[in-house]
Design a protein around this ligand. Sequence first.
Ligand SMILES: Nc1ncnc2c1ncn2[C@@H]1O[C@H](COP(=O)(O)OP(=O)(O)O[C@H]2O[C@H](CO)[C@@H](O)[C@H](O)[C@H]2O)[C@@H](O)[C@H]1O
Length: 467
Amino acid sequence: MNVVHISAECYPVAKVGGLADVVGALPKYQNSATVSSQVIMPFYDNKFTKAHAFNTIYESELNLGDASFPFKILTLKKALLDFEIFFVDVPELLFKEYVYSNDDTERFLAFQIAALDWMLTWETFPDYIHCHDHHTGLIPFMLQESFKYKSFRKIPNILTIHNAQYQGWFPHNKVNLIPPFNFDNVGLLDWGSSINPLAAAIKCAWRVTTVSPSYMEELKKSANGLEDLLNHESAKCSGILNGIDWNVWNPETDNYLVSNYTDKTVVSGKKANKKHLCDTFNLDFKKPLFAFIGRLVGEKGSDLFPETFKNILEKGDASILLLGSGHDETETQLEALKNDYKGSYNAFIGYDEALSHVIYAGADFLLMPSRVEPCGLNQMYALRYGTIPIVRSIGGLKDTVIDISENNGFGICHPHVTVSDITNAIDRGVDLYKNNSIYKKLSKQIMGINHSWDASANAYIKLYKSI
Ligand SMILES: Nc1ncnc2c1ncn2[C@@H]1O[C@H](COP(=O)(O)OP(=O)(O)O[C@H]2O[C@H](CO)[C@@H](O)[C@H](O)[C@H]2O)[C@@H](O)[C@H]1O
């Protein structure tokens, strides 16, 4: 079985968020004696592409409406991932320092067209094409409707929705950018009053998955305008929970950590990493350390942090460390808080992969008060590193964290995203931390919860086979 994943992000090449983690791990865990899983992604001008050498294996030109752009397909000179990866290099459009910006329509259309044009030249077509999010959402439509991809029509394609908030909308006057198709079916592109790549993919893909079962059910009620469509297409929709890359996220071998540890040495291991964080960020080591890592956007509930953190920090019995970037106003407020609570609060506004690993290891609690969380990987990383997750019960968080008040519970859950709910949840964390023996027992216990990709990768294979 040959599977091709097409995605805008893939770890370690280009990562903005969780999409990269998934596309960087799923193919690896799918690969076996009988399955060969590959990735096609854009060639960006970033740290990874600067640091590695590439071979050109194909060159051509793609058409975007009346304009044409030269493109190349590149491979790594020295294979370093556990799956084959191909890069679409469209120098004029894709080769930028950023992944996403306000020119995404042309850039990702060019990416999708180049990928399919190149695949037309393959001797053997893939058995399955697996698309991820709206950036590749026009592929299911083009496979079904564009004249030039007629020979792909029998290839089953799958759409995985990692985040339905973003849908890739663009106006109808850009429809001619899409390779010619039977115009009677132009309605497949439409949702609301614009072209909606995510909606088009939901209509045309052979199967649609979300990254957790609960998120699929939630989307049928609230999906930024796509609820009715998802209800209509529900027969082909299902949820498969993400896994985490068990090798990359392993406190026993993680090179970013100050001290490596297992469940047997979790107490001393976490202590050493916490000490390092507290020294670096001027935080009181004796207080429980609550951390947040992620995008500072409404979905993650981060706009409520300034007020919530003030409530907590005024009481003086906790330390808080934040790593993230996003909305300007939230960033400014979170920066300003540093002056008021020196010694118990700090924030690194920006993106830092290495620091994120040390925080997962050194924090005592990880905060995720998400308004929307399709799956969430951070809580699974926290569990793997013996850090108690404090989550709002929604989407994948609901599917992976059980409150300590329940049978076999190990985390702290709150029902709503309000300042008082998050404050109460952190207060419960402070109480739990005071009960040192229970905290230590839980910390050790959660490291044994297995969220590796094995089961989820198999669930996707099963889904492919069911088509
Ligand atoms: N400033 C920063 N510095 C360093 N690392 C940072 C960082 N900000 C975020 N990260 C990292 O980015 C990843 C975030 O993953 P998530 O799954 O939590 O969220 P995201 O919303 O991006 O993903 C979407 O897709 C994924 C994958 O399907 C779903 O799990 C999720 O619910 C959905 O919203 C983690 O690896 C985290 O450590």
